[in-house]
Design a protein around this ligand. Structure first.
Ligand code: LMR
Length: 328
């Protein structure tokens, strides 16, 4: 049956994972959904794996499972709580079941650029968010950057009215559902691994994502074009379970946290460049990229920004004000 085939595939990949680790090492399975070499998250996860396996050899062994080979984002937090994996880095949009605080990151046009996101995350408010799910069993270690989101569709998108009536894949986030409804579009929450097929077969007409995701999963090949709207962000929280983290010997926990912090600083500084390279690659491979005039952009802002009001009580008016202060 399909179920036993899937179970077999899972146990085979788990078997491969274990083969790379030595007896007696603490094993950290790190599950994520992107590629490993052309993506801000994928590169960061691989660097963490490499550094831990070099520097903590004999004590800890990290095994990265990329490209949704182990879990989709809608399963991975439960898998963390079950102890089936020990680390993951879902986008901040994927934590709805655990906290509503992260909704601020999904509000359209909340952050002017990734420097503003970085500053907000490094503020006391941002740092406290890493521990906002502890009573639900999840601990955030560090924020990892991806970048600004763009819209693509099976027809040119110049004005917000061009999106009206179209079906757009969104991540599983109520804010993103509301954002698409504000455009008169029909939001379709769906796992990342299913988006290419859904665009190709016409199950959805369009999507929103960063350049590294649009390039990494080849969405541009099955879209009319991508419009550089920079209307929102995709960023991540590296998470572990409180149970796993507390079970570690103190010295191991400290060393892992130090490596994680260094990897975060190194790779967050490169995230913008990785996305720019992906955008250039989209263009080089024949993808159409459209720019907005100032008036067109203002129309997108006017159509989408009213969504803030709907979520103000979840994210806190004071946090919205703090984010706007950083933008200024
Ligand atoms: C998405 O689902 O589109 C993104 O969260 C995927 C990712 O991890 O960047």
């Amino acid at each position: 049956t399909a179920v036993s085939a899937a179970a077999l595939a899972l146990s085979m990949s788990a078997g491969t994972a274990m083969a790379a680790c030595d007896d007696g090492e603490i094993v950290i399975k790190f599950s994520h959904v992107t590629n490993t070499d052309k993506h801000p998250k994928g590169i960061a996860a691989s660097l963490f794996e490499q550094r831990v396996n070099d520097e903590m050899n004999g004590k800890v062994c990290v095994e990265v499972f990329p490209n949704s080979t182990l879990y989709n984002d809608d399963q991975v937090l439960e898998a963390l709580l079950q102890g089936d994996v020990q680390m993951a880095a879902p986008s901040l949009s994927k934590f709805e079941q655990f906290t509503k605080k992260f909704r601020i990151f999904d509000l359209p046009f909340m952050f002017a650029n990734m420097d503003a996101v970085d500053a907000f995350q490094n503020s006391d408010t941002g740092q406290a968010m890493k521990e906002s799910m502890v009573r639900r069993g999840l601990l955030g270690l560090d924020f990892w950057h991806n970048g600004l989101k763009q819209f693509s569709a099976n027809k040119p998108l110049e004005m917000p009215s061009d999106a009206a009536g179209l079906k757009f894949r969104v991540q599983t986030s109520d804010v993103l559902v509301a954002q698409m409804e504000a455009l008169g579009a029909s939001p379709q929450p769906m796992a990342f691994s299913e988006v290419y097929g859904a665009l190709q077969t016409g199950v959805v007409d369009g999507q929103e994502n960063t350049w590294s995701n649009i390039y990494g999963k080849k969405f541009f090949e099955v879209q009319d074009g991508t419009t550089e709207t920079n209307h929102g962000i995709i960023d991540y929280l590296v998470v572990t379970s409180v149970d796993f983290w507390d079970s570690l010997p103190d010295d191991v926990r400290t060393e892992l946290a130090t490596i994680m912090k260094e990897v975060t600083e190194t790779r967050n500084a490169e995230a913008f460049a990785v996305n720019e390279a992906a955008k250039a690659a989209v263009i080089a491979e024949g993808g159409v990229v459209r720019q907005l005039t100032a008036e067109q952009r203002a129309a997108w802002v006017a159509a989408m920004k009213p969504v803030w009001e709907q979520f103000e009580s979840d994210v806190g008016a004071e946090n919205i004000a703090a984010a706007q202060e950083i933008n200024a």
